[in-house]
Design a binder for this molecule. Sequence first.
Ligand code: 8YV
Length: 323
Amino acid sequence: MSKPKILVTRRWPDAVEAELSQRYDAHFNRDDHPMTVAELQAAMRDYDAVLPTVTDSVNAEVIGVANPRCKILGNFGVGYNHIDIAAAKAAGITVTNTPDVLTDCTADIAMLLMLEIARRGGEGERHLRSGQWTGWRPTHMLGSKVTGKTLGLIGFGRIAQAMAHKAHHGFDMDIIFYNRSQPPRDKIDYVKARQCASIEDVLREADFVALHCPGSQENTHLINAERLALMKPTAYLINTARGNVVDSEALIAALKAGTIMGAGLDVYEGEPNLHPGFLELENAVLLPHLGSATSDTRIAMGQRVLENLDAFFAGQTPRDKVC
Ligand code: 8YV
């Protein structure tokens, strides 16, 4: 029997591309460009499996092509807001993702953003590199203490729990959170967390608000002007989830007016074309979607996609089946 024909839409680390090529008739987007809708539509017609990433808009137009050959979309990433799950379900196409393996690295980036914005790391480095540093003085670049403060999590899934662990056990932070459903008691107790009844309660109380909810349609602009206005003027917003969860215009206005102290962002509406207003702000740390960007994690993500593919083509249910 011939090997299933697979398209990888973006380049993966060499080690996992090699593994994939051994097991499948694997094809790669050699120049690593973000694929267009027309290219994705062609891929749905020509390949048994397509392995997309966050830069691929696998919408209803793509999934709904006539006579698709593709039977599985093995997403390289945990978030799948760029895939129309309802359309995939209707077309009988399996979708898988890569949870667990990127949890720690993404939580690490959330910690990094929290520390960097509170302690003015990016701003300090720009100051030094531009030759403005004239030497130590007692009032130079004073930031906010992180240890012992209250971290408010919006969403309490794997990445939020990992951040809570690092923040509580490493930085003695108090953890509060909002989650639509009731998380397992042991996960809450482990970080002595307190579950709040509403997002508003978290926003009012937290010194750092970290977003860990999916970038679904219903979460678009979950953090809007009204909700930002509930945050303390000394508080910070951290986003490693998805850009659409925050209304960029409202956040820029709050940061400019100083109604919140700062923001640490790894994801943006319309990325990589983020709102130019962000670039003018000293009180924002801006990273280029680095959440899972370590060699170890990207290799583990590729291996997890492979594991899901292997199960699917062996006629089993993949471990990370989304639909
Ligand atoms: C991934 C992410 O690198 O997994 C996710 O949902 O946001 C990132 O860490 C990216 O999505 C790859 O598709």
